[in-house]
Design a protein around this ligand. Sequence first.
Ligand code: COA
Length: 201
Amino acid sequence: MTNEAATGTIGRYASPWIARMPFPSLHTPRLLLQPLQLADAEQIQPLFAQWEVVRYLNAQVPWPCPADGALRYLRDVALPAMAAGTEWHWTLRLLDEPEEVIGVVSLMDTPGNNRGFWIAPAWQRQGLMSEACVAVNRYWFEVLQRPLMQVPKAVDNIASQRLSMREGMRLMETGESDYVCGRLPSQIWALSREEWLNRQT
Ligand SMILES: CC(C)(COP(=O)(O)OP(=O)(O)OC[C@H]1O[C@@H](n2cnc3c(N)ncnc32)[C@H](O)[C@@H]1OP(=O)(O)O)[C@@H](O)C(=O)NCCC(=O)NCCS
């Protein structure tokens, strides 16, 4: 890590939020989930700016991704929301490679959209996001004490759908939404705190 990154500055940008860790790191058997920091933008930019990662994300994500897209998103959207206590973003890192970011998982107090995630293609299909979701779901229901988790997704996003099904989520709503790849049938899946608690035994 460069000195600039360590002190929370990249080029001419500086973040007043970098020193604050408003919520803890989480651990899973294979992963360290570390609260997002401005310095992560450097690693996130090339991983996120890939068609396989963004195609089923909300159309608000610009494509092609601008060269400073990650930095702008972290600085202007994610870090202020973390400081305001309305969003919780963690980078995913393998426990044995803790310096390397491989994805992001997020919780949000946005109605109908409480969790988001992506993991770079090289680390997909290894059960890693399912593992990360066990930890962040626990944070949502146990620490944040939220009564319900709702997650939107494109019907074509089979991986995301299977992950929700495996978690015991139920399909609540269907419709259409605009994604980076265009307008597609969409779904909202949900899990209540009670349903989540019943699955913990
Ligand atoms: C969705 C995503 C985060 C899943 O991450 P992952 O670490 O690969 O997921 P897991 O390995 O934990 O697998 C979850 C389930 O999806 C299945 N799966 C994973 N990738 C798949 C694929 N490409 N095609 C079909 N099924 C897939 C797994 O087999 C598993 O199903 P199972 O539990 O029934 O066996 C990842 O594909 C991704 O980053 N996609 C791009 C970003 C995105 O679409 N985010 C979600 C927006 S709603």
